[in-house]
Design a protein around this ligand. Structure first.
Ligand code: GN1
Ligand code: MG
Length: 379
């Protein structure tokens, strides 16, 4: 078993400061995350706790590029601090901070252990927490604000400065290729109602689903820096003020379409049953929450959003629910090689939840599109 404390001790804040304990943090599907508490108050000016992560190298073959992206992004944001337009957030009228890189004792920004595992540390944001689902309208507006603020902060970072740390991420044709391979050499009993439903679901939508990549190839959308994974559990809310203070889990910051981000945020936040819902009949897309999130989001992004970005909002959320369902369903068919699972049918169930969510989105297309038009006119 890996000695987490021994790894943690190799990072700078733990230099000469005993570690009190290291406890698992969050419920990530890919990497392993721990919160490391230091004894006492740490050294003056230093941390009392930091976040330690083992990056899954089956998913991220070049984890050092994640760190390079993180540094490029942080430098960009720091250089802009205080510039007009950022005064509301970075000027200090409200708390807003992103996790920063915690260096290793040897000055590098990671540690490789004797099994070849890649470990990195980032700062812990104190006095705030994440929630598994949206609690109320205020929380929803803050989730939208957090994503919009983050996208705005990085919108003018030259996308060429970011590495593609995860080729194929959010690219539907890539996921369809994996699906076709998985469906060709599948789990033992394929002839179940659940699998038949999933396969029919994919078959009916596969020609439509690359709609965002098609728009990009046609020059109607363009790649920018994105967060990549702005689901509800990655938005931190201040314990005292109830306001968003951070968007965390920056491993997937890379070139992409802003549509992936807003679509992912909406498909995650507007599904109150969560990704692990057990009762498919109760999975639905909450239109009111969608409106409130967009009210928090759109004012933050309007300075860089194009007409086509607005026009793709409905497609964004429909595609991202489809994509997430396809990825979970495919992982089940391939024998659970990508996402961590807690029970044998976990990925199948997760896939079906997202497919049901996509159906709920489709059933509300007229209402969603009308609501979005109204919000855009009011901006
Ligand atoms: C994975 O590991 P985690 O939970 O932060 C996945 C996301 C999915 C998410 C679904 C690199 O994120 O794309 O949206 O699960 N991350 C990667 O919960 O594939
Ligand atoms: Mg993530």
């Amino acid at each position: 078993m890996t000695d987490i404390a021994a790894i943690a001790a190799q990072f700078e804040p733990a230099s000469g400061v005993p570690i009190e304990r290291a406890v698992p943090l969050g419920s990530g599907n890919i990497n392993d995350t721990y919160l490391v508490h230091l004894k006492g108050d740490g050294r003056p000016g230093s941390f009392r706790a930091f976040v330690l992560q083992r990056i899954n190298q089956k998913v991220f073959p070049h984890p050092e590029l994640i760190m390079a992206n993180l540094r490029a992004m942080m430098e960009h944001i720091a250089a802009k601090a205080g510039a007009p337009g950022d005064a509301d957030v970075l000027g200090g009228t409200r708390r807003w901070e992103l996790p920063g890189v915690v260096p290793a004792e040897d000055g590098r920004d990671y540690v490789i252990d004797d099994q070849g595992d890649f470990w990195r540390a980032i700062t812990f944001i104190e006095g705030a927490r994440t929630y598994p689902k949206i609690n109320d309208a205020r929380h929803a507006a803050e989730a939208g604000f957090a994503l919009g603020t983050f996208q705005r902060q990085i919108s003018d970072l030259d996308v060429q400065k970011l590495h593609d740390t995860l080729p194929g991420f959010h690219i539907i044709p890539h996921y369809l290729r994996l699906y076709d391979a998985g469906a060709g050499s599948p789990v033992p009993n394929m002839d179940t109602p659940e699998i038949r439903y999933g396969m029919a679901f994919v078959a009916q939508r596969r020609d439509w689903a690359p709609v965002l990549q098609d728009a990009c190839a046609a020059g109607r959308l363009r790649e920018r820096p994105i967060h990549g994974d702005p689901k509800i559990d990655n938005i931190m809310i201040d314990d005292t003020s109830g306001l968003a203070v951070s968007i965390i889990d920056l491993d997937t910051v890379k070139p992409g379409l802003v549509q992936y981000d807003i679509g992912d945020c909406l498909r995650s936040c507007c599904n109150l049953q969560g990704e692990d819902a057990q009762d498919l009949d109760h999975v639905s897309f909450e239109l009111d929450l969608c409106e409130t999130i967009l009210k928090g989001y759109l004012p933050e992004v309007k300075e860089f959003y194009s007409d086509e970005d607005y026009a793709q909002l409905y497609n964004s959320v429909r595609v991202l629910a489809f994509e997430m369902g396809l990825r979970f369903f495919t992982d089940y068919l391939r024998g659970d090689v990508y996402f961590k699972t807690r029970y044998p049918e976990h990925n199948l169930m997760r896939g079906l939840v997202q497919f049901r969510l996509a159906e709920s989105i489709e059933a509300q297309e007229t209402q969603i599109s009308r609501m979005v038009r109204g919000l855009i006119q009011a901006l």
